[in-house]
Design a protein around this ligand. Structure first.
Ligand SMILES: Nc1nc2c(ncn2[C@@H]2O[C@H](COP(=O)(O)OP(=O)(O)OP(=O)(O)O)[C@@H](O)[C@H]2O)c(=O)[nH]1
Ligand SMILES: [Mg+2]
Length: 208
């Protein structure tokens, strides 16, 4: 495993995939790239940052923050702290942050946290990414788990909460179902646009 760069080793432009455990970060990277990144049934499958070399840039699959099956509270906290520190350290190399949320759980989690007077971790992380990186796209994944007639209102709820959290930016949201490859093309197109803007080569994606 070669994920981490404790050493401060030079690394190229980055696109980071962030989000709570089990939302489908690794599945999305797999759908996009065809690379065999580890996908797991239990939260906490990705323990360390995984670098996927795309030629002109690197995709960073980062461990999900929040619950990790079989890990102690201390380990989970340490992981979160390490992720935040690494992202801050790499921020000037990050072309795009892809924040993946599980749209089938977002509202429920949001309301549960809000009742406790806390900012839900998805939203907290969105604010953080907006602070440290120039572009953030939010991917509403697992859309296949939401009833068709509810999807629009769930998306509106998500967008509203993101907008409230970061007033300066209009949120960009893409709806996907990584397992079924739905919406993955939209994310690819957005990434290609950014690469073109930055004068970087477009890689060979697994999806066309
Ligand atoms: N129904 C449905 N399940 C999905 C989708 N995307 C991923 N999954 C499933 O969700 C589980 C977690 O997927 P991962 O890709 O490992 O999630 P992750 O965000 O990388 O998780 P960690 O590495 O633990 O943080 C797996 O069982 C996937 O098959 C989706 O769009 N729809
Ligand atoms: Mg993962």
């Amino acid at each position: 495993m070669n994920g981490q760069d404790h050493t401060g080793k030079e690394i190229g432009p980055l696109i980071v995939f962030a989000g709570r455990s089990n939302v489908g970060k690794s599945s999305m990277i797999r759908a996009l790239t065809g690379k065999k990144v580890l996908v797991g049934k239990r939260p906490g499958s990705t323990r360390w940052e995984q670098e996927i070399d795309m030629g002109s840039f690197i995709i960073l699959d980062i461990p999900g923050f929040g619950f990790m099956a079989g890990q102690s509270k201390t380990t989970i906290e340490e992981t979160k702290t390490r992720i935040i520190q690494n992202l801050e350290r790499w921020s000037n190399r990050i072309l795009l942050s892809v924040l993946i949320v599980d749209i089938s759980l977002f509202r429920e989690l949001y309301e549960r946290w809000a009742l406790r007077g806390e900012v839900p971790i998805d939203v907290e992380f969105y604010s953080f990414l907006c602070e440290i990186t120039p572009r953030v796209v939010v991917v509403a994944n697992k859309a296949d788990k939401v009833k068709k007639h509810n999807i629009q209102s769930e998306l509106e709820f998500l967008t509203l909460k993101l907008r409230e959290a970061v007033l300066e930016r209009e949120p960009t949201v893409i709806v996907t179902a990584a397992l079924k490859r739905n919406g993955v093309l939209d994310l690819k197109d957005l990434i290609d646009e950014i690469l073109t803007e930055e004068g970087l080569d477009i890689p060979r994606w697994a999806i066309a």
